[in-house]
Every structure is written in structure tokens, then in C-alpha cells.
Design a protein around this ligand. Structure first.
Ligand SMILES: [Cu+2]
Length: 111
């Protein structure tokens, strides 16, 4: 009986881990700068402590966050063919703009 309970606990932890990773990694925590010069998705929702990867293609971009408590550091310069990760440690809504293409705007909602 004790062994069965132990196994059940192990499976529960496994399911939680799979659920967690499927929700917040592998694409869900990524913003892509598209060929049509937009951030996709325009609004990304994540959780406190999670990382968001900004993936830049062949066109150079940057990411400047509007001033807000807990906003992560800007991704300055001209970034092409690279990915840069920022971790969001504070709940809130963080809007950002590419200063090279000011019409490229996005939002990260941290719950
Ligand atoms: Cu840009």
C-alpha cells in the first residue's frame, strides 16, 4: 500500500512537470520578429520567473521596454539571426517597441 502511494505521487509529479513544460516552453515563451516586421505573438502571457526568448531573423531589431517596475533590461543594438532571452521576475504588463521599426510593438503579460 505504501509503495502504491509512493508511485502515485511520482506519477503526479511527472504529469505536473509535463503539463508545466508544455505550457511554458517550446514556443509558448517565444516572441518572433516576423518577416512582415511585427512581433508574433503581439501579446505573450507568461508567469513570474519564466523566461521569454526574442527570436530575430535576418532583419535587425531591438527591444526597448517602456519604463515599468520590474521591466527586464532592454535588448539594445541591432540584433539579426540571433535569439535573446529575458526573464520576467515581476508580475505586470510590459510593453516594448523596436526602435529601428517604431511600429513594431509588443506586450508581455506576467501573471
Ligand atoms: Cu525592428
Amino acid at each position: 500500500m505504501r509503495r502504491r502511494q509512493c508511485l502515485r505521487g511520482r506519477w503526479l509529479r511527472f504529469y505536473i512537470a509535463v503539463y508545466h513544460s508544455s505550457q511554458y516552453s517550446a514556443g509558448r515563451g517565444q516572441v518572433n520578429a516576423t518577416a512582415s516586421l511585427a512581433f508574433d505573438p503581439p501579446t505573450l502571457t507568461t508567469q513570474v520567473g519564466h523566461a521569454v526568448t526574442f527570436a530575430f531573423g535576418s532583419v535587425g531589431h531591438n527591444v526597448f521596454f517602456d519604463p515599468a517596475t520590474g521591466a527586464p533590461g532592454n535588448i539594445t543594438g541591432v540584433n539579426a539571426n540571433t535569439s535573446v532571452t529575458r526573464t520576467f521576475d515581476t508580475a505586470g504588463t510590459f510593453t516594448y517597441t523596436c526602435h529601428i521599426h517604431p511600429y513594431m510593438q509588443g506586450k508581455v503579460v506576467v501573471e
